[in-house]
Design a protein around this ligand. Structure first.
Ligand code: GLN
Length: 310
């Protein structure tokens, strides 16, 4: 006697999407339809269900494909984020490999990158040729921010640091995959250990960018199971007021940043005020919060902090 596969009789992509959508909904899995569409499309070699050739919607799948869909869907039932299930995700038009527990880039972070690109477009960088800034990314994760800057600023160079080994090797892999490895230095370094900054092989940078861990420690418990069980908490937990890494970055500015350089940060909506008063009590850093931007949900999310040392 062989157990009946639960999908007997269901064989087309469309039927499988409806089947797994119902299963996910019944089990309270968020984004049930999107999840099943992504999984089915992935197994059929497409990025999205909508991009599948219509001929494939109704064609029967092979038993191997059915098995694969079942295997990937069971991971979703365990609340694994779809980005890890697929093993890749797009950011700023780049296809990046995703491996747990490395932080999955969020769509709002694309707005941070776009803001910095706007800013770069308005300046000339005297040291290199115009448009050739040296950029430091703190906490590079999968490499999403650094690699998208490199791909859109052909003259730029980036130093990407992270304290997580998995993040460092994933950034390497993504840089290779996108053939951007020649303009990026990827360094395994814990930025809170002051000593690690003393032997760095470069001078001060034009720009610092970071999506640091900024969640208030007491809010960590309320994160969705997808985040809590799969993503590295070190990429999320910013300490009591979410400011631990933010203040480290700011305090290092005199050592890391040129006298007229800029820092672009993604933060919690409570941070603009906290950062502004933190900076006011440290005039020796010569840092000013010059602009705050909201994300697409209308929450204050991004900071531009400028160093202006006379
Ligand atoms: N916005 C992130 C979230 O989804 C938090 C990112 C961070 O701490 N850098 O939880």
């Amino acid at each position: 006697w062989q157990p009946q596969p639960p999908l007997a009789g269901l064989s087309s992509a469309t039927e499988l999407v409806s089947h797994w959508t119902r299963v996910f909904e019944k089990r309270g899995i968020p984004e049930a339809r999107e999840s099943s569409e992504y999984i089915v499309a992935h197994v059929l070699g497409a990025k999205t269900f909508q991009s599948l050739r219509p001929a494939l919607w109704t064609q029967p799948l092979t038993s191997q494909q059915l098995q694969c869909i079942r295997e990937l869907s069971s991971r979703r039932l365990q609340r694994m984020p779809v980005q890890y299930i697929l093993g890749e995700w797009d950011f700023q038009g780049l296809s990046l490999r995703m491996v747990p527990p490395v932080f999955i880039p969020r769509p709002e972070t694309e707005e941070l990158v776009e803001w910095m690109l706007e800013e770069v477009a308005q300046r000339s960088y005297a040291v290199g040729s115009p448009g050739s800034p040296l950029i430091l990314e703190v906490g590079c994760g999968s490499g999403a921010i650094s690699l998208s800057l490199l791909s859109q600023l052909p003259q730029s160079r980036v130093i990407a640091v992270d304290k997580g080994e998995a993040a460092i090797s994933l950034t390497h892999e993504n840089a290779q995959r996108l053939q951007l490895q020649d303009r990026i230095w990827i360094i395994h370094l814990d930025m809170t250990s002051e000593r690690s900054w003393t032997h760095l092989p470069w001078g001060p940078v034009d720009l610092v960018i970071s999506n640091p861990p900024y969640i208030f420690h007491q809010d960590m418990e309320q994160l969705a199971p997808e985040i809590r069980s799969y993503e590295d908490p070190a990429a999320l937990d910013g300490g009591e007021e979410g400011m631990d890494i933010i203040t480290h970055i700011l305090a290092l500015a005199p050592r890391l940043l040129k006298d007229s350089g800029s820092i672009f940060l993604e933060v919690d909506p409570r941070h603009p005020e906290l950062v502004s008063s933190w900076l006011q009590s440290r005039p020796e850093l010569y840092l000013n919060l010059v602009a705050v931007r909201k994300d697409f949900c209308g929450r204050s999310r991004f900071l531009h902090i400028q160093r202006s040392r006379p």
